[in-house]
Design a binder for this molecule. Structure first.
Ligand code: SF4
Length: 85
């Protein structure tokens, strides 16, 4: 057997959607608009008119950052990324 089967879906920085503000967290085009992140970290995530979530504000402080991490880990399609910058 050659290679490994890769089923893990990860957010893709090059697929980042157009609505995100600049910064480390982003939502990519895999978002299915379930609104979970907007409930988990409502300060930072919002839904666009097209039903796609985006980062409306990067977190300020540890509490907001922790919510963003929770949102990222809870996203059912792993559409939230953190590029570390
Ligand atoms: S949790 Fe994931 S799929 Fe749901 S709205 Fe947020 S980014 Fe989109």
């Amino acid at each position: 057997m050659q290679g490994a089967k890769v089923f893990h879906i990860m957010a893709n920085l090059s697929d980042k959607n157009e609505f995100n503000v600049a910064g480390k967290y982003y939502v990519d085009s895999q978002c299915i608009g379930c609104a979970l992140c907007t409930q988990t970290a409502e300060e930072c995530f919002a839904l666009s008119d097209t039903g796609c979530a985006f980062v409306q504000k990067q977190p300020s402080g540890d509490a907001e950052d922790a919510k963003c991490v929770e949102a990222m880990e809870s996203c059912p399609v792993q559409a939230i990324g953190n590029d570390g910058e």
